[in-house]
Design a binder for this molecule. Sequence first.
Ligand code: MG
Ligand code: MG
Length: 273
Amino acid sequence: MIIVKTKEEIELMRQSALVVSKTLGMLAKETKEGVTTQQLDKLAEDFIRAQGALPGFLGLYDCPSTLLCSVNEAVVHGLPTDIPLKDGDIVSIDCGALMNGFYGDHAYTFEIGNVAPETKKLVQITKESLYEGIRAFKLGNRVGDVGYAIQNYCEAQGYGVVRELVGHGLGRKMHEDPEMPNYGRRGRGKKFIDGMVVAIEPMINGGTHKVRQLKDGWTIVTQDGKPSVHFEHDIALIDGKPEILSTFDYVHEALGITSDEELEFKNHVPNLN
Ligand code: MG
Ligand code: MG
């Protein structure tokens, strides 16, 4: 059952999302060659607590960390390690925060130094596909429309769309109805309703869509060892239109990115702030 939020609750959810946005912005400056994801995890936990929030993942489903850091062929759910990041790596950092009873949950894939052109393209296309999905999150559409938009965009490039892991409704629980797959058929699945909040999170592989889990019981990796990319935003459906509650602005400021899909999205959708 989809749990609809009031406008006041959506404002609280925006605050939770922004805690994560700011955390990712802080991490953007620290995520570089030689740093370990365990070091990033500690920084993130301290940063989230300093904002009066709680790490959203820590302890949830027995998760041992604040961040999930997925390097190169890792898709999602990578546990922080003591292995230093190296030139040419990509690392998807997924982060959650709990504040005022509501969760924020979003993710960004960072490039370390000189990343291979084909991997850079995978990062860019996956990021763009997130906004393709968000544009399809509107009144009159259904879950399958968002999945179709992401799948169609990424498969056109020959990429693999992960099936086993999906986006989700978000609220007082990290995972609420509906499931939001990154694949689907137009016009299929649950109808979108005003006041719902979802996490849309394309997980796109450079090769096959097939994945496997490592023996740590957490980390999901591509079966063919090719890189995988993950971006995630929290979005509310307000007056029939998608409104992104989280923002990559802090990351982009840290990385010196001055124009991107999020800006374009905001400029082309009226009534968004
Ligand atoms: Mg997430
Ligand atoms: Mg999520």
